[in-house]
Design a protein around this ligand. Structure first.
Ligand SMILES: Cc1ncc(COP(=O)(O)O)c(C=O)c1O
Length: 416
């Protein structure tokens, strides 16, 4: 059966954003990919094969857990958590990558390249390559590689080549530039598995399509558990893949409020953040193959970004979300690093869950406004990933003495 998707886009454009602004040499690559994507949209068998793989390999469907501890603590809305942390590899990123892996097979490609920020998409891509028998090269900003070394370790163990990128701010946008460069030279045998709902057409729609499993499942689970759709859904917002995944099936349900939470970093006044929309600091521009809101200076140079969480530290944003924010369908907020650490401590103590720092932004957004909700309201937080990977950042942010001693002792063991 043909799959219905409601992206509110047309020919790769979402209002003023989107498109495909790639060098001429890449046009055949994006054309080929777009054609294959349009074909799978008409092919119900592909979706079935994809979802079977997600069930068998990644453990879908992920549960929708009632957060009794947090709900009772606040005494306001009933809070449910969509558990993308329970996917294989610990985050939603694997949904997209397994879909792109099946598409690669259809296209006859044998090598995959990817960019990664927090490393979750890199690990997911390396897992997919190992399972499906592809060669993998992962580009990662040198700064992110240091912050998320545990993920670098896993990518290498899985057999991927990890290339640290030292240009620019050595973060995600620089890794994307390198991946695009590689693709331009090698697309005859290489697929670029972009990890978020950004980049040239068809990536924003395609990644949204593969992540739409999140809201497809949510709709069914909410009907069973609550008998109605939620009043609000909160997701964190980096490039936008988990937010689009959680929102897309509810775009046509006007009673459901959709809230995306960006990285407020050290706060608006500090300039050290990655909030493109909530702080109203980004301007429309064309870069990295597409048009969207980028944080940029007067000359159009990309600004440095900052977040405690590597996965939200990106200078652009999904063109689909930029458009949905313009039209008011999605409300965009920002949570600061300090709010995120407070939220993290509350979640871990009340629910026994260890959310990724990225996902904790979504919770922090909810906690800030939960006083406005009523006890009959249903609120869903999309927990995009688990926090094991963030142990170094969280240990440091909490200034935990036991953790500091452990790191010092381990360091001594490896000192020359
Ligand atoms: C767990 C987790 N959540 C969210 C994100 C942000 O990406 P996106 O906005 O595409 O969901 C990342 C990115 O690495 C991530 O690892």
């Amino acid at each position: 059966m043909k799959q219905q998707i409601n992206y509110l886009g047309q020919n790769g454009y979402f209002g003023a954003y989107g498109g495909r602004f790639v060098p001429e040499i890449l046009i055949p690559a994006v054309d080929e990919l777009n054609q294959a994507f349009q074909e799978i949209l008409q092919d119900g068998e592909f979706f079935k094969q994809y979802y079977d793989l997600l069930m068998d390999f990644s453990g879908r469907p992920t549960p929708l857990t009632y957060a009794a501890g947090l709900s009772e603590y606040f005494g306001k809305a009933k809070i449910f958590i969509k558990r993308e942390d329970l996917n294989h590899s610990g985050a939603h990123k694997v949904n997209n990558v397994l879909g792109q892996g099946l598409l690669m097979k259809k296209l006859g490609k044998t090598r995959v390249i990817a960019e990664t920020g927090a490393g979750q998409h890199g690990v997911a891509t390396a897992i997919m390559a190992a399972k499906m028998g592809f060669k993998a090269t992962i580009y990662m900003g040198a700064e992110d590689a240091e912050r998320q070394y545990a993920n670098v370790f896993w990518m290498k163990q899985l057999g991927a080549e990890v290339v640290p990128v030292t240009s620019g701010t050595a973060t995600l946008k620089d890794a994307i530039n390198e991946a695009l460069r590689d693709w331009a030279g090698n697309f005859d045998n290489t697929h670029y598995a972009l990890g978020t709902a950004c980049g040239p057409r068809p990536f924003p729609e395609m990644v949204t399509y593969f992540q739409s499993v999140i809201s497809k499942e949510m709709k069914k689970q909410l009907k069973e558990l609550c008998g109605k759709y939620p009043d609000r859904i909160y997701s964190c917002l980096g490039g936008g893949s988990n937010a689009m995944g959680a929102f897309v099936e509810f775009l046509q349900e006007p009673e459901v409020e959709l809230i995306a939470v960006e990285a407020g970093g050290k706060g608006e006044a500090s300039g050290k953040h990655a909030s493109r929309i909530a702080y109203d600091k980004a301007k429309a521009g064309v870069s990295q193959g597409y048009k969207t809101l980028f944080l940029q200076d007067e000359d159009g140079q990309m600004l440095d970004t900052w977040s405690i969480s590597a996965g939200l530290d990106y200078v652009g944003v999904s063109p689909i979300l930029a458009h949905l924010a313009d039209t008011g369908r999605v409300r965009v907020e920002a949570a600061t690093d300090a709010e995120v650490i407070d939220a993290f401590q509350l979640i871990i103590s009340k629910e026994g869950l260890i959310p990724a720092l990225e996902s904790t932004h979504a919770f922090a957004g909810l906690f800030r406004e939960i006083a406005d909700t009523k006890p009959d309201d249903i609120v869903v937080v999309n927990m995009s990933g688990r926090g094991d990977k963030d142990i170094f950042n969280i240990g440091e942010a909490l200034q935990d003495e036991g953790w500091k001693t452990f790191v010092k002792e381990r360091g001594k063991r490896y000192a020359d």
